[in-house]
Design a protein around this ligand. Structure first.
Ligand code: SF4
Length: 187
């Protein structure tokens, strides 16, 4: 298993989690490195709400099996739509996605500071369909807005985690979505 060291020596981290398949191997790896994650579920980009609830329930099922804390944040898809207004026709990995990452990570950084977490990171970076640089840019920007917390930039696709992710999906028989999340990613 991949050897991990947090950038500030902390042994706990606030982990923004997008879904169970993307989170599973990362959570397992953190725990095997004695780093305790608190799961922060904030994904108002997901549409429709039924899909959002399925992804959340699957995430919770995995987190509860490991006896970890799960923070269930708000689902306000209307506000998310207002935030990305004008970028609806952008392709994936374009301007809408950068804004979407920032939207979610800013909320994560805000929660981190308010609740004593000096470090946060995200499972978004585990998907090879997403642009790692965009995610890191959004994370750094979010951390800069909330002094006292640091964004942990880690390439979660390496160190065997992608392979382990596929194994856990089978073990837990996770629901594995076919699109990124918002209505604009259907096509
Ligand atoms: S495609 Fe995915 S990352 Fe991009 S805006 Fe939609 S939900 Fe967010």
């Amino acid at each position: 298993m991949l050897e991990l060291h947090t950038p500030n020596g902390e042994d706990r981290v606030l982990l923004h989690s997008c879904c169970a398949p993307c989170s599973s191997a990362i959570i397992e790896c953190l725990l095997s490195n004695r780093i305790r994650p608190t799961i922060f579920y904030f994904n108002p980009n997901i549409f429709p709400e039924k899909e959002y609830l399925i992804r959340k329930a699957e995430n919770l099922r995995y987190v509860e099996s490991l006896h970890l804390d799960f923070i269930d944040a708000d689902y306000d898809h209307t506000h998310w739509l207002e935030t990305i207004k004008g970028l609806e026709r952008e392709p994936e990995r374009g301007g809408r996605c950068l804004k979407c990452f920032y939207y979610r990570l800013e909320e994560t950084a805000c929660y981190a500071v308010a609740n004593g977490f000096t470090l946060f990171t995200t499972t978004l970076a585990s998907s090879r369909w997403k642009n790692l640089e965009q995610i890191n840019e959004a994370g750094r920007k979010a951390a800069a807005l909330y002094p006292g917390t640091l964004f942990w930039e880690q390439n979660w696709r390496k160190g065997g985690l992608s392979e382990r992710r596929n194994e856990i999906i089978k073990e837990y028989q996770f629901y594995n979505q076919q699109y990124c999340g918002c209505e604009f990613s259907f096509r």
